[in-house]
Design a protein around this ligand. Structure first.
Ligand code: APR
Ligand code: ZN
Ligand code: ZN
Length: 366
């Protein structure tokens, strides 16, 4: 099967023939129909990601059709439409059994994260040597072998080229609003950074019933998109302008909820300073390893909260069906997030678009 392989950091992906082995117990083969390209894929290519293990089939935002079942798979059937989630809980560790699936850090989950199956091997081969599927997904490929727990069945009427976005960006953004922050009806929200993920924080805040949703970005095109998706107040940041001042100019005294969706420590601190006492700031963006976040201690000497999240506190089997239901009802928009659709052979164009940063999402369609 054809797959987009990263053989060397800082080099373009190579679309080439990768051999696939039969699924083992608890695994399935998915024929990928579409896969979004996310900033975390770029982080791997640019050697910034802890999950990189080369050679690697990139992609972790895929959806497709179940093609083959390994032994013991009971929750899925051949022909089912599925979204491949960012991770699949192990189901057996103490945290999973206590219902705290988000906290699962079992060996199975760790292996998943580093592109391995639970037994520490992979089902992909290039010239006989193992190839790693990014976060156990590797969705920039015609076929993916994934754990049953990582695939979530969806209504076959939902177009797969839109559903795939629930694999990462939509789940993370909406989950940051609904799970991590628990945005309350009537509240004021500021979303700082309205890219592929931030636009979904905007949607999550709208779904939660926020009264004011400030979309803050340096790029005007992102603000237009954010307005289409539910932002009430576009805030166009001038170069060097403080996020705190820009937000408080619109909501004096500060917002109830602030989200940093860029990955810049100084912006996290500014977003935090833009909340009112009692407010909550969620850092959604991934900051560089080892970077400190310097918040003003006087502001934290209050009831303000600064919280982290990894992937929006996402429990795949709960959140992906919920997102698909929002989509079906019309409250979650997916099509406006898609800036371009490309064939796998043009996958490197999607990575270039991430570097220039002007588009929301590129989706590779098979
Ligand atoms: N102030 C305001 N907005 C900014 C600034 C800034 N200083 N710098 C960048 N932005 C905006 C960009 O214009 C863009 O719209 O932040 C947005 C970032 O969006 P994307 O590049 O599409 O990134 P995205 O995929 O949304 O990921 C955002 O979340 O999951 C993490 O690793 C991911 O850290 C990344 C973050
Ligand atoms: Zn577990
Ligand atoms: Zn992602």
């Amino acid at each position: 099967m054809q797959a987009a392989v990263l053989r060397e950091f800082h080099q373009p992906l190579e679309v080439e023939e990768v051999q696939i082995e039969a699924p083992q117990r608890g695994e399935i083969v998915v024929r990928i129909a579409a896969s979004g390209v996310c900033r975390s894929d770029l982080h791997v290519q640019e050697e910034r990601s802890p999950v990189a293990r080369l050679p690697m089939v990139l992609g972790h935002e895929g959806a497709g059709v179940v093609e083959e079942l390994g032994a013991g798979v009971e929750s899925l059937a051949v022909g089912d439409h599925v979204v491949v989630a960012l991770f699949g809980p192990c189901g057996t560790c103490g945290d999973c059994r206590a219902g705290d699936i988000v906290s699962c850090m079992s060996e199975t989950r760790q292996n998943n994260m580093f592109g391995l199956m639970p037994d520490g091997t992979t089902r992909l081969r290039l010239d006989g040597a193992p190839v790693h599927p990014m976060v156990g997904s590797g969705s920039l490929a015609e076929l993916a072998v994934v754990r049953e727990a990582q695939a979530v069945k969806i209504d076959p009427e939902i177009p797969l080229d839109q559903a795939c976005l629930a694999g990462c960006g939509v789940t993370t953004g909406v989950g940051a609003a609904l799970n991590a922050a628990q945005v309350t009806p009537g509240s004021s929200v500021a979303v700082v950074g309205c890219g592929g993920v931030g636009l979904n924080v905007v949607q999550g805040a709208r779904i939660a019933g926020a009264a004011r949703i400030l979309a803050v970005d340096t790029q005007a095109t992102k603000l237009d998109l954010a307005s289409d998706l539910g932002a009430t107040d576009p805030v166009h940041l001038a170069q060097g302008q403080s996020v705190t001042d820009a937000i408080q100019a619109v909501v004096p005294g500060g917002v109830d909820f602030a989200f940093e969706v860029i990955g810049k420590p100084e912006i996290v601190a500014q977003a935090f300073a833009a909340t009112r006492s009692g407010g909550t700031t969620v850092m959604v963006g991934s900051p560089p390893s080892g970077a400190d976040i310097a918040v003003d201690g006087r502001l934290l000497f209050s009831d303000r909260k600064l919280v982290g999240t990894l992937g929006g506190g996402n429990v795949p089997q709960r959140d992906i069906p919920r997102l698909m239901e929002f989509y079906r009802q019309g409250s979650l928009k997916l099509e406006p997030l898609i800036s371009q659709r490309l064939p796998l052979t043009q996958v490197n164009e999607a990575f270039e678009a991430l570097v220039t940063g002007e588009l929301a999402r590129s989706v590779i369609v098979f």
